[in-house]
Design a protein around this ligand. Sequence first.
Ligand SMILES: Cc1cc2nc3c(=O)[nH]c(=O)nc-3n(C[C@H](O)[C@H](O)[C@H](O)COP(=O)(O)OP(=O)(O)OC[C@H]3O[C@@H](n4cnc5c(N)ncnc54)[C@H](O)[C@@H]3O)c2cc1C
Length: 398
Amino acid sequence: MITYPSERVETIIGMIREFMKKEVYPIEGEFAHKKFGELLPLLNEKRAKVKQMGLWAPQVPEEFGGAGLSFIEHAYVSEELGRSPLGHFIFGAQAPDAGNIEILIKYGSKEQKARYLRPLVAGQIRSCFSMTEPEKPGSNPTWMETTAKKDGDDYVINGQKWFTSSAEGSAFAIVMAVTNPDAEPHMRASQIIVPTDTEGFNLVRNISVMGHVGDNYASHAEVLYQSCRVPQANLLGPEGSGFVIAQERLGPGRIHHCMRWMGIAERAFELMCERAATRDVAPGRKLGTRQIIQAWIAECRAEINAARLMVIDAAQKIDKVGAYEAREEISLIKFYGAGVLSKVLDRAIQVHGALGVTDDTPLATFFRHERAAHIYDGPDEVHKVAVARRILRKYGLN
Ligand SMILES: Cc1cc2nc3c(=O)[nH]c(=O)nc-3n(C[C@H](O)[C@H](O)[C@H](O)COP(=O)(O)OP(=O)(O)OC[C@H]3O[C@@H](n4cnc5c(N)ncnc54)[C@H](O)[C@@H]3O)c2cc1C
């Protein structure tokens, strides 16, 4: 059963909407044109204002320094923040920190919480997550080359990672590495905290993505771990549980991504409608009088509504019975939501004509960044195959 945001959430969303209009949308142009590092002082001013509003780190429990919203409440908030490429960062809810915070809360030792979690939630430091490798399929994270071998009281990590998002400027990485090569595939790897100033943590390069090398938070790094030595006390959770923790991190995280996408789709939809209603294509004839544009508008509305309801349905199922039981719903929204996002962005750009591919609107930035929605957190095909196999099993096909 689908429910709607509570009064409390409606109030919070209202506050966020106002803040986004006044403080965030006006600086989006700078995000498109400046280096992220140059923009940081301004973003930190905005972050201070969010803290004053009591909405900092909305998804994090109050005892760890966040605003303490429930899972579903944060899904609605994530949608609102997603309307700008800067929303999540300014509110302290950005990936990959949000996922790292989640697993540090669940699996971090007392010392790990004090040293890494607290300053991370407070926004004093940033972090990254190093799982994917260039030479192994990220879609099958039980198969990787990076190893962490015990030596005295330490782990010595060796391996090559890439797409370690936001590694530049991060204080630590959470690294997936094989610690138990003889165990069954799902129990071979562990997650280990590696401070980025450790000798042997080498940021090789920021990878150029869609024409942008990026910097600071807005970057994706290749990282070489070369005899990188950290204490065994940096192990996160039990040894061999890296895959299980990664799955836990990704399940609920996908809801927040999908709701963020719904926010992007809504923003693109609004821009598309505004343009259709105001752009003259002939004297006295607006673009929105053309039936093909009207059809796109109606189709986009239906598709966003459908995807959004599916995401909320999945979120409610996670809340009720947990991420494992809701895995089918999560897979459905992961590929369906990404598809709707791509389609809406594409149409919105088309309606804007040449303006759509400029950086005078946020559409081109969204388009460039969000193509990856079909790839990260499990490519579309992996989710489709998983759903179809589960369905067909009910018909006797194993
Ligand atoms: C913008 C961005 C940010 C990222 N950030 C991070 C990060 O912070 N940390 C991190 O560790 N990783 C990150 N990743 C990596 C991401 O998790 C991987 O790209 C993803 O898991 C896919 O792995 P791969 O790229 O190795 O593709 P592969 O595993 O090589 O797959 C390639 C393609 O093959 C197809 N395919 C794969 N398996 C199947 C199957 N079973 N059936 C049918 N088709 C299949 C799919 O079309 C897939 O896209 C990021 C990626 C992107 C694009």
